[in-house]
Design a protein around this ligand. Structure first.
Ligand SMILES: [Zn+2]
Ligand SMILES: [Zn+2]
Length: 673
């Protein structure tokens, strides 16, 4: 038995930290990883509560460790495997283990006296639903796919099924089988609203006793209770958003990630900047469990991997053979030529009037991110892009030039690269502008806007959706928030105000996002018996991705996109690492970014890896300033997997930064803004 234990303790204002303690003789045979122990700390009168996270035999000579006082609970709170997962996250995502623990463990664990907390009443209407045990029969296609998934050897399977094809029924069959084998399930969905819908259906099917929910909106006390139940193996199915991947479920047999393409699975702030999909893969590897990814518009990465590992399963038909809504594309250039300078084409206007006259409802999608803009030719619809990176360049008025925010190349006196026209327009359209114009053009209709800017009160989101559901709103205007999961059978018209916006973000993934959002929002129309219609307005009818979205043809979209990714070494043909340097002093931030880029290039050249680890930039970030700090980024495309990853991280660990410079390392960034 080793002499010392490493314990994790939460110290006021310092956060959680690990320290070494002597293991007294009488505890030597009892002590285990994950146990809660009581320790003396500093000059404090009272002992603190801590957790065992490791053992060692040697300490540095100058350290004089104290002794652990007692074991508070013989049953460990987490296992060695779980700790291994946390260590992997810490290593892969380049952050200290404390940051991972702060995300993974409810803070309540670290408070001194656990007995204080009484069991919270998790009173929720969904728990009143009785178990009906109702089992829908699978269609022949569903049955066939279900059997194939059962047979496949690979740990990860991708279930690709068009909207309304009944993926959930297949999930349920797999969950049932897993529970029968005596194992447990984690089920992830991107939005809390989707989580509750799914939970409701699951409780109907499996009963409320064995189901729990885990996401950022539940309280620490509730998390703590759920954690205890997980430890006692009382939970069979755990639902949640991304952080549920860290819930320590016992005897894990299956993880399901629904809408796996969704960017909310990636945490962008703070550390660890993890992707729940990747953490789930690691978790399944450690527990020898299965991972099912599901989507109607899979991420390019997952689809590529599934094809290459023979683990792609496709549902081609809608359940009950329901039809997809009809999608019409409107050329806004033609509208301009006829002197219609509003945001609404004649066709859209006419359809809105007809729809509302029938007592049905309308959604307008304006997919915008406030800070982004792009430049488009008004003659032919072409967008100004960087030739090397194939992302839209951003106009800078100060220098009267266009800049690429990946590689920093600059273009002066821009003309249309396709038709040479000088009729270029900078776009930065937002939902507010749409709302103002819509109110002016349709004064007699009830119009509301739903996006993160318009939500001042906490539950306003739910209130607006309720009123929309009760037909108190004729037209609902929103950003991508309304594209996901909204199920209102009275909506028969969806108007996408500017479909180009979705594709023209300065990010290599914008085509993927654009295709996905347009496909999803189209799926909001005609969900009931009434026929649905969708109108895409565009300045670029030739956009191949837009045509793919119109035809709701994922396979074709994938073929187009994967070719471009390969040509430009984008993922899945490389892994990306983004380094952001920021400072209150713009010059200092830029200078340190340049120095780091130079040093990293040198380092990689010396190892003769400069053909397989590509470095772009430094360049100004698309969002150039956040909270008074100027931001510059370096982007790395690593084409050699683990070796490249370790090499870059080793270099980054060796960097000593001056106090006024901050560095953020984002592994597999979800966007580059
Ligand atoms: Zn042009
Ligand atoms: Zn570029």
């Amino acid at each position: 038995m080793p002499k010392y234990a490493q314990v994790l303790v939460d110290i006021n204002k310092l956060g959680t930290k690990t320290f070494s303690y002597l293991i007294p003789e009488n505890l030597k045979n009892k002590i285990k990883i994950g146990q809660a122990v009581s320790i003396p700390f500093g000059n404090r009168k009272e002992n603190l509560k801590a957790y065992i996270v490791g053992f060692n035999d040697y300490l540095e000579a100058n350290i004089k460790p104290k002794e652990i006082s007692e074991i508070l609970d013989n049953e460990p709170l987490f296992s060695l495997k779980y700790l291994k997962l946390l260590e992997w996250v810490s290593n892969y995502y380049f952050c200290d283990i404390q940051a991972v623990l702060n995300t993974a463990l409810p803070q309540k664990f670290f408070e001194k006296n656990v007995k204080k907390y009484r069991t919270p009443k998790i009173k929720n209407i969904i728990f009143d639903i009785a178990k009906t045990n109702e089992e829908k029969t699978l269609s022949d296609e569903q049955e066939k796919i279900y059997k194939e998934i059962k047979k496949v050897n690979s740990k990860t399977s991708l279930l690709y099924g068009i909207t309304g094809s009944g993926k959930t029924e297949i999930y349920f069959k797999l969950i049932e089988d897993t529970i029968k084998e005596g194992k447990n399930v984690i089920f992830l969905a991107p939005e809390i609203a989707l989580v509750s819908q799914l939970t409701m259906r699951t409780i109907e099917r499996f009963g409320a006793d064995c189901v729990a929910i885990w996401h950022s909106s539940i309280t620490e006390a509730q998390k703590y209770e759920t954690w205890k139940k997980l430890r006692n193996n009382e939970i069979k199915i755990l639902f949640g958003a991304r952080s549920a991947v860290f819930a320590p479920i016992k005897d894990l047999g299956l993880i399901i990630i629904d809408e796996e393409h969704d960017s909310s699975y990636k945490q962008t702030m703070p550390n660890p900047r993890y992707n729940a999909r990747e953490v789930a893969k690691k978790l399944c590897e450690l527990y020898d469990a299965k991972l099912i990814l599901g989507s109607a518009t899979p991420s390019i990465d997952s689809y590529y991997e599934a094809i290459n590992t023979n683990s792609l399963f496709t549902l081609k038909n809608r359940y009950n053979n329901a039809t997809l809504p009809k999608v019409v594309v409107i050329d806004m250039k033609a509208e301009r030529a006829e002197r219609n300078y509003t945001l609404f084409s004649k066709t859209l206007k006419k359809n809105v009037e007809e729809t509302i006259a029938r007592g049905e409802q309308v959604i307008f999608l304006i997919n915008r991110r406030g800070f982004s803009s792009y430049t488009q030719c008004m003659e032919c619809g072409e967008v100004i892009e960087c030739k090397k990176c194939a992302i839209p360049m951003i106009y800078h008025a100060q220098t009267n030039s266009h800049k690429c925010h990946y590689c920093n190349s600059e273009l002066h006196n821009a003309k249309c690269p396709k038709c040479d026209s000088e009729a270029l327009e900078h776009f930065g359209l937002g939902s507010e502008k749409v709302e103002i114009q819509a109110r002016a053009i349709f004064p007699e209709y009830k119009i509301e806007r739903l996006d993160s800017d318009s939500l001042s009160k906490k539950n306003e989101h739910i209130e607006i959706l309720k009123r929309f559901q009760n037909k108190e709103i004729d037209i609902l205007i929103g950003t991508q928030m309304i594209a996901k999961g909204l199920d209102n059978k009275n909506v028969t018209l969806v108007g996408v105000i500017n479909a180009d916006l979705s594709f023209n973000l300065p990010d290599y993934r914008s085509s993927e996002r654009g295709f996905s959002i347009l496909t999803q929002v189209a799926g909001r129309s005609g969900r009931g018996d009434k026929e649905g219609k969708v109108i895409f307005q565009t300045y670029n009818t030739q956009n191949i991705y837009l045509q793919n979205a119109q035809e709701q043809d994922y396979e074709n979209f994938y073929e187009n996109e994967i070719e471009l990714r390969e040509m430009l070494d984008y993922p899945p043909f490389s892994k990306m690492i983004r380094i952001i340097l920021s400072s209150k002093n713009e010059f200092r931030a830029q200078k340190s970014a340049s120095e780091i880029e130079l040093a990293l290039s040198d380092y990689i050249k010396k190892l003769t890896l400069d053909e397989t680890i590509l470095i772009l930039g430094p360049s100004e970030c698309v969002i150039k300033k956040i909270k008074e700090e100027y931001r510059f980024n370096i982007i790395i495309k690593n084409k050699i997997g683990d070796l490249g990853h370790r090499t870059v991280l080793r270099f980054l660990k060796s960097i000593k930064l001056p106090n006024d410079i901050k560095m953020v390392v984002d592994i597999d960034p979800s966007d580059i803004l």
